[in-house]
Design a protein around this ligand. Structure first.
Ligand code: NAD
Ligand code: TYD
Length: 359
């Protein structure tokens, strides 16, 4: 298998590459990544030598038509998995344009290049274009109900709107041209190598550094959480056995309020860092003004992928969260590598807006 992975130096992409190289010893992966603030080659520092030889990194942008055409003709890909994206809701609120550029225009360019290549090669029906998307395209749920593959799109943030738009292009390329595309819509991931701007790693790192733990609104927004290795296994299943034209929702059956997760993290860190009541991580919790357009609840009905492809999550939230905390504690060197000047600038911008005492 010759697989093109876009955005493979980010959180899920780098976990997927490491997982797939280990699970599929015959596979070669070309990793095309622009190395934005969220992409880090340090994610591959521990890749074994035999896996390294099957990982070919190319620094480049999915919007770059000339580069895309060149690498498709150089490598003759049999499948593509498109992770490359701007992925953080708060960043999309402060700077939406990059989300339109990468998530919409970038996805369009890679679809177009894949279509030309696929047509030139007599439209092999084994070819796959897997587009990795999010449950956020469906908008917000009330107290009841679950997102199904048939739920209407109703995005709230510039991030989810741009992912929704990219999903529509992917579906259109299947319906109009027959390109064998598949879409997956997944819930919130957590695990190793997640950039410390997202809830779980941000809370872990801030707590270790004795910095405030900013809870948006009342802290009762609900997300469904999936350990990243479960997501990687689901994606490998879909790329091997998924049906073109289909969408699969992927979830962890693990709905939690944000404040519940933050409390669990405080307990875990107090225990690991031997913190007593007087210097407990709980004392760092701060309720701050809410995110505008903040979706209240996400929950996934993942029965289709279970029934049709036999996938279901293997990790329990409690165990995998503990594993994640331990990973960050053991990889503070990685954290320091990825926390560039840009990162510090971002933290200041996002959180100073919410509270003047920040920064
Ligand atoms: P991430 O932000 O950690 O990584 C994104 C990667 O894409 C980075 O390596 C970045 O350098 C690269 N990239 C950005 N713009 C690019 C461009 N124009 N050209 C080439 N590379 C570019 O994101 P993630 O959390 O790993 O998410 C990966 C995908 O999964 C995204 O499409 C996201 O929408 C989707 N997703 C994420 C989650 C989640 O919880 N993290 C959940 C569901 C779906
Ligand atoms: P996030 O990790 O940004 O993922 P998403 O918005 O894509 O679901 O946020 C997860 C939840 O945590 C979301 O309800 C917003 C909340 N949150 C905070 O309360 N404080 C924070 O500092 C961050 C980054 C998120």
């Amino acid at each position: 298998m010759k697989l093109l992975v876009t955005g493979g130096a980010g959180f899920i992409g780098s976990n997927f590459i490491q997982y797939t190289l280990a699970q599929r010893p015959g596979w070669h992966i070309v990793n095309l990544d622009a190395l934005t603030y969220a992409g880090n080659l340090a994610n591959f520092d521990n890749l074994p030598l035999s896996h390294r030889q099957r990982h070919h990194f190319i620094k480049g942008d999915i919007k770059d038509k000339t580069l895309l055409t060149q690498i498709f003709s150089d490598y003759n890909f049999e499948a593509i998995i498109n992770f490359a994206a701007e992925s953080h809701v708060d960043r999309s609120i402060l700077g939406p344009e990059a989300f339109v550029e990468t998530n919409v225009l970038g996805t369009f360019r890679i679809l177009e290049t894949a279509k030309c290549f696929w047509e030139k090669n007599q439209k092999p029906n084994t070819f796959r274009f897997l587009h990795v998307s999010t449950d956020e395209v469906y908008g917000s749920l009330g107290k009841e109900g679950y997102f199904k593959e048939t739920s209407p799109y109703d995005p709230s943030s510039p991030y989810s709107a741009s992912k929704g738009a990219s999903d529509h292009f992917v579906s259109a390329y299947f319906r109009t041209y027959g390109l064998p595309t598949i879409i997956t819509n997944c819930s919130n991931n957590y695990g190793p190598y997640q950039f410390p701007e997202k809830l779980i790693p941000l809370m872990i790192i801030n707590s270790i550094e004795q910095k405030p733990l900013p809870v948006y609104g009342d802290g009762k927004n609900v997300r469904d959480w999936l350990y990243v290795h479960d997501h990687c296994e689901a994606l490998l299943t879909v790329i091997e056995r998924g049906i073109p034209g289909e969408t699969y929702n992927i979830g962890g059956n693990s709905e939690k309020e944000n404040i519940e997760i933050i409390s669990q993290l405080c307990d875990l860190l107090d225990e690991r860092l031997n913190r007593k009541k007087e210097n407990s991580s709980f004392q760092l919790i701060r309720f701050v003004p809410d995110r505008p357009g903040h979706d209240r609840r996400y929950a996934i009905d993942a029965s289709k992928i279970k029934k049709e492809l036999g996938w279901q999550p293997q990790h329990s939230f409690e165990k995998a969260l503990t594993k994640t905390v331990d990973w960050y504690l053991q990889h503070l060197d990685w954290v320091n590598k990825v926390k560039s000047g840009e990162y510090r600038q971002w933290v200041k911008l996002n959180y100073q807006n919410r509270d003047q005492r920040w920064g």
